[in-house]
Design a protein around this ligand. Structure first.
Ligand code: ADP
Ligand code: MG
Ligand code: MG
Length: 889
């Protein structure tokens, strides 16, 4: 096993081994770009160290060999007193991570070699500036000294001299500062600043390794779901100097604008500066374009290199560079982060430039980014007063009056107020308030906190962990930085996509992307914005590539029409339960309470035309596309009044000696139907089997509606779906009745209807006996919500708010199994059942209609297991289309 790679040995595909920074330094080196020579210690070495507490024995020798080679190449030795080689020790994991150890520059300087460096460069000031930086960085990051002590000392030195900039301190000042810094190290770390250059280097390397398990790094990995066992690489890179005077400097650049995607010159430059000075904001940087006036030769070369990098990586790159006395050096590059909007634009721009093809363009965007672009957002032109920034936990733009407890949230929202629930953190008791609120804001907790998990589950805007806010729930107020106090009832605005918190009402505008999907904005039109053009094209790429069809979960014509505009290719789940609510409740009550067959038939007769009309409208909206209608699913008692309310009514009537026969009968029925565990009770196909006539009425309504649409020259494509089947016998009985009814309607209307009959697969037993069930089903639709509940044995409504946070924190789940399909468990049943079903009936149609149908990762899984379609809520359709396209390319 080899633990150390020279920059000339690696390449960009070795990120696992060399980390992102090391892999890209190697790639640039091999492209012939000017990278200061150096080497990378692998993540494998780090893993050995973290596992055993000791560096692998071979490491020391390998580092020595590489250091020697480097010294030879550079013609000087590390820390050599008269002509020192200096290096930086830079951390670099596969994913860049806050909380990892910072880079230490200028390693190799000591009381002796600082003199050598001064002579070598012919610049005393520079040498002492470099030395004080080393002690400062080393003291802070390797020896754990509080960084403020150094900063304060530097400030004091500037004040004593009455200057504003550190560049105005001269060699003598800096020399004094070095003495001061060394004293700080001695007192704080209890040891002298090491004078041995190799010891400096070794300690720095170890410190990088150790920082992998620092608290902040661990927390970040948990939040971002980065595995804990990757380890970090360490880069040792020979120093170049941007602090050698006005013809030197350091900067950052992007090959195109990471916010808009536009090509151009984007970046910042700082003369006579080193390392982090640019981003630390200690002096004002100049826009990169200025460099053309400062150093035209380096500027031209930089633009040339940026083009080379873009063509090579075929993507937006960001870059860190340094100029040493007119010579340009590349210190880092990587494929740059970008906003969701820029991701879509850049992908299409690169296609136009011929750098990538359509399939690759689809890999450059994600469904999550598309979803982000579909949320309403705050008007960019609005004047805002931002007061804090937390973690963007659940996207959206929410405006409302601040309330500090759940009770008030519910009370106010009932009276029509929009509220934002503000808490230090939330717990299951806050659930009602969270439901009532427009958005949720907390001052504690990360992406897996209760607030974040529950808000995402509800699709509600949430900003969490806004630590700058002092939330005082007792006094119903919060204090924002600067001291302003937000009282209960004051309006605030929160942006769940950026984590920003604003005072007052920020105007919200609809997303242009939704306007486009809704057909209110057209690609190709003069005023269409660039983003819409890009989304339009990417969606076309996806539609061309994908094999999965995408249907909608929709129960009424309005939703069906929207779903069609969003690209739905049918309805995968039409729930019929809402058709039994509202005015029709009474009819349902009578049906449930019926004592005689005649009574029951009477209620059904009255329900039939109403049901039929629902379906006529739906089939018309989805004309020419399949509509899967699920027969009644929920437990009966859901259609009856609340038990407590009813008891009170009965008791009152009794005490007043008023007639209450009906109420009493109702109450008895409610008691009779009460179930300890309704989710596992009398529902779905079980209802159809014990309430004679219920399912046949529904089937008749479907058949008659289809016949009516046919008569009107429409093209209805209804499919009848039986829920909660556990055994083929259930399905056979219902099916026989249904076939009879359909035949009756066909002969009565003289039309051939060709209604397909199929079932949901949402119980483990159904999945396990899918081969038998397929004998009686023309299609399967996997109901992955119920299947997840029944496979895991927990109820979604009860557990998401209770123990899921703990499970996520402990890493038992990476993500809620209700959000992303549990591939190993639930997914295995889906895969096996699909296979068994098709073995029985090769043309069996397979779909999925749980929430998972719109979840990116799950869509990829359903593609892999060979389903025909996914069905999801209308708003998720574009995301599902895109992900289906990505899965197929
Ligand atoms: P980060 O991961 O925070 O970007 P880097 O390792 O890139 O840390 O170091 C930060 C900065 O330090 C770089 O952008 C560069 O300006 C400076 N730096 C690092 N190594 C060297 C070097 N060998 N010579 C000169 N400057 C360096
Ligand atoms: Mg960097
Ligand atoms: Mg179900």
């Amino acid at each position: 096993l080899k633990f150390v790679y020279d920059f000339t040995e690696g390449n960009k595909d070795l990120k696992d081994l060399l980390g992102g920074k090391g892999a890209n330094l190697a790639e640039m080196t091999n492209l012939g770009l000017p990278v200061p020579p150096g080497f990378t210690i692998t993540t494998e070495a780090c893993k050995v160290y973290l596992d055993s507490g000791e560096e692998p024995p071979a490491l020391r020798d390998e580092v020595s060999a590489h250091l020697e080679a480097l010294e030879k190449k550079m013609g000087k030795k590390l820390g050599q007193p008269d002509n020192p080689l200096l290096v930086s020790v830079r951390s670099g994991a596969k994913f860049s991570m806050p909380g990892m150890m910072d880079t230490v520059l200028n390693i190799g300087l000591s009381d002796k070699s600082v003199q050598g460096l001064a002579k070598q460069a012919g610049d005393d000031r520079f040498a002492w500036d470099s030395y004080r930086r080393l002690i400062q960085m080393f003291g802070k990051t390797v020896l754990g000294v509080d960084g403020e002590l150094f900063e304060d000392a530097l400030e004091a030195a500037k004040e004593a001299k009455k200057v504003a900039d550190d560049t105005q301190l001269d060699a003598a000042d800096l020399k004094k500062l070095v003495t001061k810094f060394k004293k700080i190290v001695k007192t704080e770390a209890g040891r002298d600043f090491p004078q041995d250059p190799r010891e400096q280097m070794d300690l720095a390397i170890k410190a990088v390794f150790d920082s992998w398990n620092g608290d902040r790094a661990k927390l970040y990995r948990r939040q971002e779901r980065i595995p804990h066992d990757l380890g970090t690489a360490v880069n040792v890179c020979s120093m170049v100097f941007g602090n050698l005077g006005p013809d030197s400097g350091t900067g950052v650049a992007f090959t195109r604008d990471p916010a808009s995607g536009h090509q151009g010159v984007y970046g910042d430059y700082l003369q006579n500066a080193q390392g982090e000075d640019v981003v630390a904001g200690i002096r004002n940087t100049v826009p990169l374009a200025e460099l053309e006036n400062i150093d035209k030769k380096s500027y031209d070369q930089l633009l040339q290199i940026m083009e080379t990098l873009e063509n090579h990586y075929k993507d937006l790159c960001d870059i860190e560079f340094t100029i040493e006395r007119g010579k340009l050096w590349m210190l880092q590059t990587r494929v740059g982060k970008r906003t969701a909007a820029a991701a879509f634009r850049i992908a299409t721009q690169l296609v136009d430039q011929g750098l990538i093809d359509e399939a690759e363009a689809l890999q450059r965007v994600t469904g999550a980014q598309l979803a982000q672009l579909m949320f309403p957002r705050f008007d960019e032109k609005a004047k805002v007063q931002q007061v804090a920034r937390g973690i963007a936990a659940s996207p959206g733009a929410a405006v409302g009056k601040a309330v500090f407890d759940s009770y008030t949230a519910v009370k106010w929202s009932r009276s029509g107020e929009k509220v934002i629930l503000v808490r230090r953190e939330t717990n299951p008791d806050d659930l009602d308030g969270m439901i009532a609120a427009e958005g949720i804001l907390t001052s504690r907790g990360g992406k897996t906190s209760h607030a974040a998990v529950v808000a995402r589950g509800m699709g509600k805007t949430c900003v969490c962990g806004a630590e700058e806010l002092e939330v005082d729930t007792k006094r119903r107020r919060m204090t924002v930085p600067g001291g302003h106090v937000v009282e209960e009832g004051d309006v605030i605005s929160i942006d769940g996509s950026s984590g920003k918190v604003y005072l007052g009402e920020v105007p919200v505008v609809p997303s242009p992307v939704v306007e486009y999907f809704e057909g209110r904005m057209h690609a190709g039109a003069d005023d269409a914005d660039e983003l819409v053009e890009a989304v339009h094209r990417i969606m076309a790429f996806a539609d061309r590539k994908r094999r999965l069809r995408v249907r909608a979960n929709a129960d009424n014509a309005e939703d069906a029409l929207r779903a069609r505009r969003f690209g739905a290719q049918g309805i995968g789940l039409c729930r019929t339960e809402h058709m039994f609510l509202g005015d029709r409740r009474e009819l349902v009550e009578r049906l449930i309470l019926a004592d005689t067959e005649a009574e029951r038939e009477e209620s059904l007769k009255q329900l039939l035309p109403l049901q039929k009309q629902d379906f006529v409208e739906l089939f018309e909206a989805m004309d020419g596309l399949p509509v899967t209608v699920r027969l009644l699913d929920p437990p009966l008692h859901e259609f009856l009044p609340d038990i407590t309310e009813l008891s009170v009514r009965v008791a009152l009537a009794e005490s007043r000696q008023e007639p209450h026969e009906n109420e009493l009968r109702l109450l008895q029925a409610v008691h009779r139907l009460h179930e300890q565990n309704p989710m596992l009770g009398l529902r779905g196909v079980r209802l159809g089997l014990v309430i004679p006539g219920l399912f046949t009425m529904q089937v008749r309504a479907i058949a008659e509606a289809a016949a009516e649409r046919k008569a009107a020259k429409g093209d209805p494509r209804a499919e009848v779906m039986i829920p909660l089947v556990g055994t083929v016998q259930e399905l056979e009985i219902v099916r026989e009745e249904a076939d009879n009814v359909i035949a009756e309607v066909e002969s009565a209307t003289g039309t051939e209807l060709k209604l397909a009959i199929g079932t949901m697969i949402e119980l483990p037993r159904a999945a396990l006996t899918a081969g038998q069930i397929a004998e009686a089903a023309e299609f399967f639709s996997f109901g992955t919500n119920d299947l997840t509940q029944t496979v895991w044995g927990f109820s979604r409504d009860d557990v998401e708010a209770s123990f899921f946070t703990a499970y996520l924190e402990k890493g038992i789940f990476g993500v809620s199994p209700f959000e992303t399909i549990d591939k190993d468990g639930v997914g295995k049943l889906v895969r096996d059942a699909a296979k068994a079903g098709r073995a029985t009936r090769p043309d069996l149609k397979l779909g999925v209609c749980g929430e998972h149908g719109g979840d990116p990762e799950s869509v990829h899984f359903f593609h892999e297991v060979g389903l025909d379609y996914v069905s999801c809520s209308p708003f998720r359709i574009p995301v599902a289309r895109l992900e289906a396209g990505r899965a197929a390319s």
